[in-house]
Ligand binder design. Structure first.
Ligand code: PLP
Length: 394
């Protein structure tokens, strides 16, 4: 990477782009083209042979997309970055690239619903098995690593229980066994957490969430060592084809500029809502990484800048009462997804995690009483006023 910015606040605005390269255009131009013309047949030959730098076809690379890839690499302090058409395109391209038939994937206890679906598919079709378990101590991780374990795949905070995983610990054990650690960093964004700095190998994002930040794009990003990212780009991205469009890449470049500003506000609002929730009699328990009384506060302080914008809480009530609570809201919108300007609420057991068998779901800590809130950028008092009047009715 050619650039090196002292602070993330500056990198989100400038990394990956120089107006001098583009007629002085302040913002990155959208190269809305499928293909690139060659000056000569010989130039085409050289580009395909990798002997000359330059674009060929937008599934293999595009200047707007490249700017985005350089920016995410900078933010994750990685050698290289890669963009995808969705978070799941990133997850699938990475996992397909680093595993082969017969391998085993060790996962954190509780992962994104569609990642769970993908692992199921990989097991049934390609004999790539997986396990979900707590990864809290060195011994606990050690005893779950098998000779055929290819990687440890973690989300932290875990969706939707908000439990944390000690990334430095997982990376240390994995290194000892020569296996890779892949981290889904969607919930934190690079502003709050940089897994590669903790020794992990590949970081990925559903950029649909905090990185885009405005609920108007589906996209994925990844970052890691140059050789590995290049290998994914030239196999499971290029040949499976989950590429991002130049326009969507532009939306992400635009959204990223305000990432630190937005994240600070998301976190500030979330802390306030947690304080209020903890005092409300209809609330049984609150799960938030930034909660000093919570069990993971020490890990939060070690690897996260702040506690994030997501809160989960259990109500003193049934599934029907949880659903009624959602129906009684007006400012807060009932929707899956997260990280948008709007405060969003959802019921994991019947929505994002409904595809997971009930027994497994309960093991993961996802009861019918559990509600997940993605705290938006509205005035925190307005968010609480809406939530409070609904909780008062439970
Ligand atoms: C949304 C999400 C994904 C999937 O991303 P898409 O952009 O919807 O494909 C993966 N992991 C986590 C943690 C997510 O929240």
């Amino acid at each position: 990477m050619k650039e090196k910015f002292k602070s993330m606040e500056t990198a989100v605005v400038h990394a990956g782009y120089d107006a001098k390269d583009h007629l002085g255009s302040l913002t990155t131009p959208i190269f809305q083209t499928s293909t690139f013309t060659f000056d000569s047949a010989e130039q085409g030959e050289k580009r395909f042979a990798g002997e000359e730098e330059g674009y060929i076809y937008s599934r293999l690379g595009n200047p707007t997309v490249r700017a985005l890839e350089e920016r995410i690499a900078e933010l994750e302090e990685a050698e290289a970055g890669l963009a995808f058409g969705s978070g799941m395109a990133a997850v699938s391209a990475i996992l397909m690239s680093i595993t082969k038939s017969g391998d085993h994937i060790l996962c954190s206890q509780g992962i994104y619903g569609c990642t769970f679906g993908l692992l199921q598919l990989m097991k049934e079709k390609y004999y790539i098995t997986h396990d979900f378990n707590a990864l809290e101590t060195e011994e606990e991780i050690e005893k779950q690593i098998r000779p055929e374990t290819a990687c440890i795949y973690v989300e932290t905070p875990i969706n939707p229980t908000m439990k944390l995983i000690d990334l430095e610990l997982v990376a240390k054990v994995a290194k000892k066994h020569g296996i890779l650690v892949v981290v889904d960093n969607t919930f934190s964004s690079p502003y709050l957490q940089q897994p590669l700095k903790a020794g992990c190998d590949i970081v990925l994002h559903s950029a649909t969430k905090y990185i885009g930040g405005h609920g108007d794009v589906i996209a994925g990003l990844a970052a890691g060592k140059k050789e590995r990212i290049h290998s994914i780009a030239m196999t499971t991205l290029k040949d499976v084809g989950g590429v991002i469009s130049p326009f969507d890449a532009w939306l992400l470049l635009r959204g990223m500029k305000t990432l630190p500003v937005r994240m600070d506000r998301h976190c500030e609002n979330a802390v306030y809502i947690v304080e209020q929730l903890e005092k409300h009699p209809a609330v049984k328990s609150v799960f938030y990484p930034g909660d000093e009384a919570g069990g993971d506060y020490a890990i939060m302080q070690k690897q996260m800048r702040k506690g994030g914008g997501l809160i989960s809480f259990e109500i003193n009530g049934s599934k029907q009462q949880a659903q009624k609570l959602l129906n009684d809201l007006s400012l807060i919108k009932i929707a899956v997804s997260l990280g948008d300007a709007e405060t969003l609420i959802q019921h994991p057991a019947t929505m994002t995690h409904s595809g997971i068998p009930e027994q497994t779901r309960n093991k993961m800590g996802i009861s019918d009483k559990l509600i997940r809130l993605s705290v938006g950028l509205e005035a925190k008092e307005d968010i609480w006023e809406d939530l409070k009047q609904a909780l008062d009715q439970v």
